[in-house]
Design a protein around this ligand. Structure first.
Ligand SMILES: CC(C)(COP(=O)(O)OP(=O)(O)OC[C@H]1O[C@@H](n2cnc3c(N)ncnc32)[C@H](O)[C@@H]1OP(=O)(O)O)[C@@H](O)C(=O)NCCC(=O)NCCS
Length: 250
């Protein structure tokens, strides 16, 4: 009975080609591998995404909360036709991007999360995701939204995305923008970088394990508590109430 019910709950994915891994040389000279991961690798991402739910800066909180749910949806077979790509530097997680196929012509971009800042890692990962939809899955367009001003600058402005405001995006029900094949072709020479095939050793290192991000965004330091001495009653009370609110240790 349970197995029969699970068959009804579990959508069946349509076959699509896999994203061929690529590598990008970052502005600081480091090599970053972007590759598609399997369901079995999802648990390796979850703790790193969960930690960012506490980071309000640059909307990491809402993006991480939603991405966490999407990753679980994929892992537990509760979403149809989703894929997840990761960017890794020397094995360490640097970005996560995901999306899904709405139909053979139209793709849906879900999220882009950079776990290391300042190197356009998120921008490169987003470009790889668009490449997957337009070049590999041969879709006509991808529906995109942004939840943060940086996201808006990176996608809507840098690619000059077209408005598709009549289409509510799956992500939050907000009006969509679209990246068409024509826009992608125009951006190709400036925004889409990377080479294939990935050198064997580099790919092996990436596939061996998804290591924790080296310098992930962190919640802000509590300046008020920090200005007080460790045993100052006001400072400790403040910290205790904050911890309680956050469900942490007392
Ligand atoms: C949007 C996002 C993916 C872009 O990633 P990215 O291309 O690697 O860019 P960064 O976030 O590192 O940097 C963006 C800008 O902020 C600046 N910046 C902000 N915080 C920084 C930090 N801690 N270190 C260095 N630069 C920082 C950068 O200099 C950069 O400026 P630029 O646009 O003039 O180049 C990333 O900011 C992110 O994950 N944000 C939270 C989630 C989100 O909003 N996702 C998109 C919505 S779907």
């Amino acid at each position: 009975m349970a197995i029969e019910l699970e068959k009804l709950l579990r959508p069946v994915d349509n076959p699509v080609p896999l994203f061929p891994a690529k590598f990008v040389t970052l502005a600081n000279g480091e090599e970053m591998v972007i590759r598609q991961i399997t369901r079995e690798e999802i648990p390796a991402l979850l703790p790193h995404v969960a930690k960012l739910i506490q980071v309000e800066r640059d909307y990491y909180d809402i993006v991480s909360a939603r991405l966490y749910a999407e990753l679980l949806g994929y892992y537990r077979y509760r979403v149809q036709d989703e894929y997840v790509l990761v960017a890794q530097i020397n094995g360490h997680l640097a970005a996560i991007v995901n999306g899904r196929c709405l139909n053979p012509q139209v793709g849906v971009s879900y999220h882009t999360l950079a776990l290391r800042r300042g190197l356009r890692i998120g921008a490169h990962a987003f470009a790889a995701k668009m490449e997957y939809h337009i070049d590999i899955m041969k879709q006509k367009e991808v529906l995109v939204v942004a939840e943060s001003p940086i996201g808006f600058r990176r996608w809507m402005i840098e690619y000059q995305l077209e408005k598709r405001f009549e289409v509510a995006h799956e992500l939050g029900g907000v009006p969509s923008y679209a990246l068409t094949k024509k826009l992608f072709d125009r951006a190709r020479s400036s925004l889409v970088v990377g080479r294939r095939p990935v050198p064997e050793k580099l790919l092996e290192k990436a596939c061996e394990a998804i290591l924790p991000p080296t310098d992930p965004p962190k919640p802000p330091f509590d300046l008020l508590a920090a200005t007080r001495a460790m045993y100052d009653s006001t400072g400790t009370a403040l910290r205790a109430s904050r911890d309680q609110l956050e469900g942490g240790e007392k």
